[in-house]
Design a protein around this ligand. Structure first.
Ligand code: DAT
Ligand code: MG
Length: 151
């Protein structure tokens, strides 16, 4: 039940603006458990796969170019309702609509530079985790905090 996983990624603008610590710190402080993390610059083919559902959209080429322009920090976070709560923590896709207190609401302005990605369903989380991580990169560990985060 508390083992739901979501894929969270800090985009190149988030990395270059020095926001890795701020963003991953929010997931850490919330009580989610880090399962995997990697820092890499991805190629266009990989990013086209990641955003495959958006390939017909006019902003797709620009999106992929921006995502390939620098390294990203890719992570898997685990916990109760990790996907849904992760999306709430990110805020609306367009920072103009993201509530203050959310990552996008607090830290960015424009939709094309919205600093972070989060899976939108358990199904897409599983697909994205598979795309970005090998099975052996997902760390199996028990946090000593678990008994304080869950009743
Ligand atoms: P989300 O990242 O909130 O899941 P999405 O999957 O609909 O949003 O789109 C993926 C990313 O594409 C989004 O984070 C930013 C970019 N994007 C979405 N709509 C856009 C638009 N109208 N113009 C430019 N970029 C856009
Ligand atoms: Mg999406």
């Amino acid at each position: 039940m508390s083992d739901e996983r979501t894929f969270i990624m800090i985009k190149p603008d988030g990395v270059q603006r020095g926001l890795i610590g701020e963003i991953l710190g929010r997931f850490e402080r919330k009580g989610f458990k880090l399962v995997a993390m990697k820092f890499q610059q991805s190629d266009v083919a990989h990013l086209e796969k990641h955003y495959d559902d958006l390939k017909a959209r006019p902003f797709f080429p620009g999106l992929v170019k921006y995502m390939a322009s620098g390294p990203v920090c890719a992570m898997v976070w685990e916990g109760l309702n990790a996907v849904k709560t992760g999306r709430v923590m990110l805020g609306a896709t367009n920072p103009a609509d993201s509530a203050p207190g959310t990552i996008r609401g607090d830290l960015c302005i424009q939709v094309g530079r919205n600093i972070c990605h989060g899976s939108d369903s358990v199904e897409s989380a599983n697909k994205e985790i598979d795309l970005w991580f090998k099975k052996e990169e997902l760390v199996n560990w028990t946090s000593t905090q678990k008994s304080w985060v869950y009743e």
